[in-house]
Design a protein around this ligand. Structure first.
Ligand SMILES: NC(=O)c1ccc[n+]([C@@H]2O[C@H](COP(=O)([O-])OP(=O)(O)OC[C@H]3O[C@@H](n4cnc5c(N)ncnc54)[C@H](OP(=O)(O)O)[C@@H]3O)[C@@H](O)[C@H]2O)c1
Length: 326
């Protein structure tokens, strides 16, 4: 497994990240953790470590806290595990009725950042996180307040490094203005079917720009400042690797067929081709894998054996966007 030292840190991490959103039994509020959920978490940890994946991504909302809780049980039963892995989690999204009568909202207040992080540490049964991300932008953000919360968490030894998720260039610049330390990550949706990061690079000065609003300058800012780009939903939830594409657009159907053809030529899984498209980008994108199945994780790890040529990269991009380059 390829390893990276994350810029601005002394963290050595695997290129691929194991996402933990699939642990803990889904989004229903009343699910109770059982032995099956524990086995699933144990298997994910074992499969990841076997493949050399040491970087795990959480968020306080996943399975309403149960993803972290079940992971915490595995950490507790294996006292040496904590030192072998890098733990990242996220705060900032609050469910409706927390407390009763409140709407769903984003909350980057000092109090919420601190309280939500303490709750994460309790659930994970650890005293620190290597990385904390702000999950989704809060329009009511106050830079000074976030800086105060981060300083407190760092001073108390609860979090070593900070980053963001789903933020555009200007949101990152705004926050960075108040922070003494560099933001080290931005986790954003990136895959062949959600390719705004690449569209932004080819759309400038076109009569009909195709990039989704917000992507302008994100990749360049992150590359210049050493902010790691992490790709969530890197497999487009399996749509190009065996998912049901009937009823989907011709571009999606053709991309799924091309992925299959290239996988056969490279003698790797389809997942490897879909992820290799992200890995080929010079920004050193780190896919956050969402599978909780060992066999699928192994299929994903084959991506590191594939180095797409420029021509193969553009062929996939062109097929997925459904039209040729401008
Ligand atoms: N920052 C954010 O806002 C944000 C948002 C969403 C997610 N995330 C992070 O990113 C990670 C990945 O997200 P994701 O789960 O959406 O990404 P993904 O890796 O694109 O999709 C994984 C999901 O697709 C399913 N899947 C994969 N291949 C399939 C196939 N051939 N047929 C049917 N189902 C298939 C997997 O099921 P199996 O488990 O059965 O393999 C799993 O549920 C999450 O775990 C989380 O850590 C972050």
């Amino acid at each position: 497994m390829e390893q990276l030292t994350l810029p601005h840190t002394n963290l050595n991490v695997s290129r691929l990240i194991a996402g933990c959103m699939g642990l803990g039994g889904g989004w229903e509020p009343d699910t109770v953790l059982n032995g099956g959920h524990e086995k699933q978490a144990r298997d994910l940890v074992d499969s990841a470590l076997e493949l050399g994946i040491n970087f795990f991504d959480h968020a306080n909302i996943y399975a309403r806290g149960r993803a972290e809780e079940v992971f915490g049980r595995i950490l507790k039963e294996r006292p040496t595990l904590r030192d072998q892995i890098v733990l990242q989690s996220k705060v900032g999204i609050r469910w409706a009725n927390d407390p009763a009568g409140t709407p769903q909202r984003f909350d980057f207040s000092y109090e919420n950042i601190l309280a939500a992080t303490d709750a994460i540490l309790r659930r994970l049964q650890t005293d620190h996180l290597e990385i904390l991300l702000l999950h989704r932008p809060d329009p009511l953000v106050e830079g000074e307040e976030v800086a105060r919360a981060f300083a407190r968490l760092k001073q108390d030894g609860k979090v070593r490094y900070f980053g963001v998720s789903n933020q555009n260039r200007f949101m990152m610049e705004y926050l960075q203005h108040f922070l003494p330390d560099p933001l080290i990550a931005n986790q954003v949706e990136m895959n062949l079917l959600h390719s705004g990061f690449a569209e932004a690079a080819i759309s400038f000065n076109q009569a009909s720009p195709t990039y989704p609003d917000g992507w302008e300058g994100v990749v360049e800012y992150c590359r210049l400042k050493g902010v790691g780009l992490q790709a969530w939903s890197p497999l487009a939830r399996g749509l190009l690797t065996g998912g049901d594409v009937s009823g989907k657009s011709p571009a999606v159907q053709k991309t799924a067929a091309l992925v299959k053809e290239m996988a056969s030529a490279y003698q790797v899984s389809g997942e490897a081709i879909v992820l290799a498209w992200l890995l080929r980008h010079p920004a050193k994108i780190q896919p956050v894998l969402g599978t909780s199945r060992g066999d699928r994780l192994r299929a994903c790890a084959e991506s590191l054996k594939v180095k797409l040529s420029r021509e193969e990269w553009y062929r996939l991009f062109e097929t997925a966007r459904g039209k040729s380059m401008p």
